[in-house]
Design a protein around this ligand. Sequence first.
Ligand code: DAH
Length: 342
Amino acid sequence: MEQLLKQIEGYKKDITSFSATDDKQVEEFRIKYLGTKGIVKAIMSEMKNVAPEKKKEAGQLLNEFKQCVEARFAELKEATSNTEHQTSNIDLSLPGDELPLGSRHPVTLMRNRIVSIFQRLGFAVAEGPEIEDDWHNFGALNLPEHHPARDMQDTFYIQQNPDWVLRTHTSSVQIREMEKGKLPIRMLMPGRVYRNETVSARSHCFFHQVEGLYIDENVSFADLKQTLYFFVKEMYGKEVKVRFRPSYFPFTEPSAEMDVTCFICGGGGCNICKKTGWVEILGCGMVHPNVLSNCGIDPNKYTGFAFGMGIERPAMLKYGVNDLRLFSENDVRFLRQFTSAI
Ligand code: DAH
């Protein structure tokens, strides 16, 4: 009996220190202790050598030992099945599945940049129809029917109604805003415009513009310059220089075109600026009194300025795109490149 007790104590120590890291070792444990030729069986057979008066006590001891072994077996099994899970089924160190992200179109990105700068100056955003009537696209903008300036813009006419055109510029939206009769106006009008031009790397039959309009009492050319200076500094950086060249637009008087020092070569001269060091970015001017009158605004009381700029060109320069056609072909290989652009 004494010896049996000692034996059991020894085995108990062994089983608690037995460690298993995989199924194979757990199986070894089972065979060693619980197998048909295992230790538990062997010890049970010792019962026959125990004196009858000690049999009860020994029986309890052996039962307890057997339970101990079984509990340890269950413990080992559980522990290894957990680690098995972690190592074979789920690898927590693997990166997660990638969620495909869409991207904004580069023209949209550039449009948003432009809009957000003017929004900080209090300009609101408005849009108008792409199919316009002659009055909004031309007439009200001081381009009467046979005005030679109409030749500046090759127009798509709608066959069913020659009074309708695909708007050639976003200046038509200026008219729609002024017609509403709510003053003052401080509006930005982005949108798509159409011209009957041969499609090539440098010109397209549709592209995008942003129109700006500010009408109030006492608005001067100085306000126009200050607004556009702010825009250029925000858009192209503080080092960039600006110059205004006198120009002609029927809807503004005086009119100007605005150039900035080439942001590719810094003004030294490159292919983008045709070696001049300057890049033209927009047309602008003081809204012509005839245009104000055409929209029912008193030109003796109100003045204002307007400007219009293309979106594709600055987008091409910013994102290094060398062919206008890429913007409208919807080739995902092109579009995907703007996933992280802002
Ligand atoms: N509409 C002109 C164009 O498409 C751009 C423009 C020039 C808009 C002068 C204006 C402006 O508002 O004042 O080329």
